[in-house]
Design a protein around this ligand. Structure first.
Ligand SMILES: Nc1nc2c(c(=O)[nH]1)N[C@H]1C(S)=C(S)[C@@H](COP(=O)(O)O)O[C@H]1N2
Ligand SMILES: [Mo]
Length: 206
């Protein structure tokens, strides 16, 4: 079990400007895709160590060892959902099976329909970042990303890509869907990195 990223205590668990709503909102752009287990694949591509693409079928991916992460979830629209229990495959497990080339410092996560989010390798590789298949011990629901979504609890939730289909290792940083549309390249809620105009040199691609 991987516990909450910092701060772990009950106090000051809410990042600046966030509130806890009633219920658990669902938000995404576009339609909920249909899961087709026979054709579903997760691709690991770009700057891999082998130079080739790795593919995991649904039977392969769903059989990988799983971990549990308890973490809060912070949307840039200011709601936070506290204490979610996610079950899934750690990014460490994926990186062992499909390692990046030396020098890879950035990654793009791709969802269905071309949704994407970029992050630094250091954020992707944190111990509580995972490919979640379960929320509160049940398979995650279709509208929350079934069968697999990314969970990056220490960054704003648009980085937690639902319906993940590919991981692209990148030698240079590139902006994903919201990062191209005015949102912050790094997206640390504790520093309120909401919008790209707040970026400082080195936070994002020029
Ligand atoms: N594929 C995909 N993933 C996505 C989104 C999206 O539009 N498409 N929206 C993101 C945003 S902005 C948020 S706040 C969370 C919402 O997750 P939830 O519906 O489980 O609360 O999903 C993120 N993942
Ligand atoms: Mo969001």
């Amino acid at each position: 079990m991987v516990e909450q990223p910092e701060p772990a205590g009950e106090e000051n668990r809410l990042p600046p400007g966030q509130y806890v709503p009633r219920g658990r909102p669902v938000i995404h752009y576009g339609r909920v895709p249909t899961f087709r287990p026979a054709t579903w694949e997760l691709h690991v591509m770009g700057a891999t160590a082998s130079g080739g693409q790795h593919r995991f079928t649904w039977p392969e991916f769903s059989a990988l060892p799983r971990t549990t992460v308890v973490a809060d979830f912070h949307c840039v629209t200011k709601f936070s959902i506290m204490g979610n229990e996610w079950g899934g495959v750690s990014t460490a497990t994926l990186m062992e099976l499909a390692p990046p080339a030396p020098g890879v410092q950035h990654v793009m996560i791709w969802g269905e329909y071309g949704y994407s989010a970029n992050m630094r390798m250091s954020d992707f590789a944190r111990p509580h970042t995972l490919f979640a298949l379960e929320l509160d011990e049940k398979p995650i629901s279709p509208e929350r990303g079934f069968p697999v979504r990314m969970i990056v609890p220490h960054l704003y939730a648009w980085k937690s890509v639902k319906w993940v289909r590919a991981v692209e290792y990148m030698l240079e940083d590139r902006r994903g869907f919201w990062e191209e549309r005015g949102y912050h390249n790094i997206a640390d809620p504790w520093r309120e990195q909401r919008y790209s105009y707040q970026e400082e040199p080195g936070d994002g691609p020029p």
